[in-house]
Design a protein around this ligand. Sequence first.
Ligand code: CA
Length: 225
Amino acid sequence: MKVLLVEDEPKVAAFISKGLEECDYQVTIARDGLSAKRVFDTNSFDLLILDVMLPDISGIELCRIIRKSNTEIPLLMLTALDNVDSKVTGLQAGADDYLVKPFHFNELLARMEALLRRARKDTDQLQILAFADLKLNTWDKTAERAGVQISLTAKEYSLLELFMLHPNKTLSREYIAEKVWGIGFDTGTNFIDVYVNYLRKKIEKGFNSKLIFTIINMGYILKEQ
Ligand code: CA
């Protein structure tokens, strides 16, 4: 995990980076807002720690600038005890959490881990398409139904993904041919029907309900009975 730490006080920066490195984080330190922005733009990080009081632009301003181009990265703000207002402004500027100085290292670590967990969960949710008890992982291209793993060929996967992106909608054979095979529909063959049947066998056989239905003269639909 790569962390960008923006902190101008050498002692505080050393205290945080030493602790994090012992926990296997890779820490890059920036001493002011503008160099932080430069480092941020040219590297990739998993988390940002921003001190509010910096020699040039404030941590809050830096947070605002970063959030314009990156809304995802977990961002933890450090504020001084006598600067409680900055907590609210920091959160408004797009920080995910804040910590008041002085703090215990373990508290910093716990807050960071919570933010990273939340970020991971958000990404996981983007990867999974779900319909009824069927799940499709678009990341590793695997499917499961009611917790049972189903192995799919590349075309079966693409076909199922198309259905899962358009649940409860009738998809014509022409549309399926174009989206999955990238070709115009040839009325002389029945390959779409053949593939839909392959897919049905995999996601319906041995399970207690049908999911893909034929709409006569129209096409196919993914729906619950
Ligand atoms: Ca400072």
